[in-house]
Structure formats: structure tokens, C-alpha cells
Ligand binder design. Sequence first.
Ligand code: F6P
Length: 456
Amino acid sequence: MLVASNRGPYRFDPEADGSFRAHPGGGGLSSALRPLLGDPGVEAHWIAAAVTDGDRAAVRAGAVHAPDLDLVLLDLDPDLARLHYEVVSNQVLWFLFHGMFDLVHRPRFDHDFREAWAAYTAVNQAFADAITTHAPHGDVVLVQDYQLALVPGMVTDARPDLRVVAFLHTPFCGPTSARVLPTDVAESLLGSLTRVPVGFHTDRWARAYAASAREILGTASDPPTFVAPLGPDAAHLAEVADSAAARAALAELDAVVHDRRVILRIDRLEPSKNIVRGFAAFDRLLELHPEWRTTVTFVALLNPSREALPEYLAYRDEVTRAVDAVNARWATSAWQPIVCDTRDDFAGSIAALERYDVLLVNPLRDGLNLVAKEGPLCNRRDGVVVLSPEAGAYAELQEAVVEVHPYDVEQAAAALHRALAMAPDERAERAARLRTLAAARSPRTWLDDLRRTAGA
Ligand code: F6P
């Protein structure tokens, strides 16, 4: 089995003695797949881009050695890699699939975009070449995500013997949005993807993709798709929750929140996560319901992300201003309404998941949102999940969550109040149901679905 993804399962940092150490990489995909590598029957080769300076140095030193798999990192030309990742993948495809364009102003597909599109094509070709070089005859190839959308077509052309499956961890847009792309770009992306079965976390994105493919390619029938939601790795979560780091993080959190109720969110600092409207809803909650002033703390664990992009830096500033405004309005000498932490600390996140009374997940649109499933498995307080129907995970969890409208701040404030005020027996009932629903899928069932679709 060969996995291809832009961000790999490990990043490499130089040590003082000149060697390189492999650290588990960030991102939902690699943390889901990494624990499975080395399981019986999962003999994996993984091709990814060298993303950090340490990765590139490790490639040049011939020091890319991962503990549990055969890893190849591609040392791409930095300009090509930047245009591929930042411009086409993140500024165009990510914005399109998450419905984030303000179409009066953006996107604008000018000469610079054409240069970026050429870079996207070249990087996809580099991945395709590496795959066709490394994959033995008849191998299963699992291509991950929108950064590599041209790879399925390129690989299938060059090596018809390979059994290629693609999986998109994002939402997909419908035909009206797909038509925003330059016609040849939309045709190339969909023309490539439709050569192989494409998987999504929920049926809604699969249907949007099929409708876009039919319209853009002018085909009468649906392209092959499958739905395979990812689930949390319950054993790994339990192991981390028991660790000394998580115990220390929980003690640190308890010292901040004391015995108050906790509204928690854990997100990348990412515009599609709708963080600012979440704080606006909390502000409105405090305005409408004085009983929650001083008795609830909103804990926001926000990991900085894609900071080379001006959109993300501007959003980070907006988030900071929103936190400051709510705190300036409501704080007392003994209570800080919003506590925001931007450290990237997995054990700390798991500890916070144990402690929440309300988990707020209100994205504008989200492929899945694994936190919405990890929360119920880690939580020890019968916490309520307040979830946007625009998150893929909603399809599986809806019967036991409180729904939150991502754009309706009044409704969101009411949803937070409902969750905080819920009677203990209803909380317990919903939490028990959520644990069952959230545990129904795992990284293993997800991977098995991909391999089965590939005919493995
Ligand atoms: O949701 C799609 C995804 O690519 C995930 O696999 C990843 O966790 C996230 O977006 C962030 O991606 P990156 O930091 O590599 O741009």
C-alpha cells in the first residue's frame, strides 16, 4: 500500500550531533493513519512533500528514516512548493470548497494565478512520478486530499496496473461554485479525480462532487464515489489522557477555571472554523443571561495555521480583537470570560476535552471535524456537544447534539444557553449516546474502507 499526501506523517528536526529526529507530524490525516502503520497487514510506503527546513535538510542528508514505514519526502523547488500549497491549494481550492470567497472581490484568475497553476501541476507531476517509481505492480495507492487532485489522472495514465483511490478530507462545492474556477482548471481537476473512486467523510460532499463533475465534464452519469467517515483512535486518546503531560495540563486548567462551567473549542486558527462568531454568541449569552456571568469560562485552544497567508494573519488579529472585546466588557477581578491558548499541545487538548461542559463546534463548513467525535470519548462531565450542521460529523452525531447555526449569532447564543442549562439526566443520556455514535468509526475502519474500495 502506498499513501501520498502533501504533509507527511513525520517532520524532521536536526539534532546537535548532526543527526535528524523524526517527530509525529501535525494534521488530522497523519495522526489518524500513523498509529495503524506497522499493524499486521498494513505495510505502508508513504510519499509526502518536504515541508519544513528540517525536512529538506534531512532529505539532502539522506536521513529520512521513519520508525514504522518506508517514507519518501520530495524536496520540491521552494517557489513551486509555495505556489502549489499557498496559492492554488489554500487560497483557491480551500476557499472554494469551504464557501469562503467574497465573490465581488475574489478570486481573480490573472497571470499570477496561471503561474501558480503551472506550479500546482508540476508538483502533482512530481508526486505522480514518485508514485509510479516506487509502487510495485498492482499496488494500492491512496491519494489524499485537494493538494494532489491531478495525481489520480497522471498515475492512472502512466500505470494502469495500479489500484488508485482518492480521498478528500474537505467538503466539496456544488456546480455553481465549481464554475468559478477557470474552465480548463475545473475540467482538469474533475477530469483527473473522476478517473478513480473518490471518498468523502459524508454523503453531502460526495453528492456535491458528483453534481459538479456531471456539470463541468458534461457527463450523464455520476462518477464513482464512496463515503468513509474517519473516527477517533479511542485507545490512543485513552493513553494520552493517562499521561503525565495530560494530568499536568488538567491541573493547570483547573487552576484557571476552578469549579466554573467550561465552554470549550479546539480548532486550528482557521477562518472556516467560525471562531469570531462563536465569541459573539458568547458575548450575547452573557448579555441575555446574567446567571452565566462569572460562572462560565470559555476556553479556546487555537493552533496557529498557514501563517504565511495574509487571510490567516488577518483572521488571527480579528480573533484576538474579539477575545479582548468580550473580556474588556465582562471580566471581573476574579474572572476572565475567555481564556485563549495558542500553544500546539495535544496532551493539553485531550485534558481540556475531559473537562468541558459544552463543546462548541460551529464551522462555516468542515469536511468532518474529528474534535466533535474525540470530545465525547474523552469527556468526563456529560458535556454537551453544540454542533454546526455544516460539519461532516453532524450526519453521524445529529441525534445527540444541540444544533448551532454557524451564521445566526442569536440562535448560537440560545444554543449555548440550552446546553449550559440542560438537566443532568438529559445531559447524561445525550453523552452516552454520543459516546456510542462517536466510537462507531475508527482510523482502522476508515482505512479498511479505502483499501476495500481499491480492491485490496
Ligand atoms: O482537512 C484537510 C487537511 O488537509 C487535513 O488533512 C489537515 O489536518 C488540515 O487540512 C490542515 O492542513 P495543512 O496544515 O497541511 O494545510
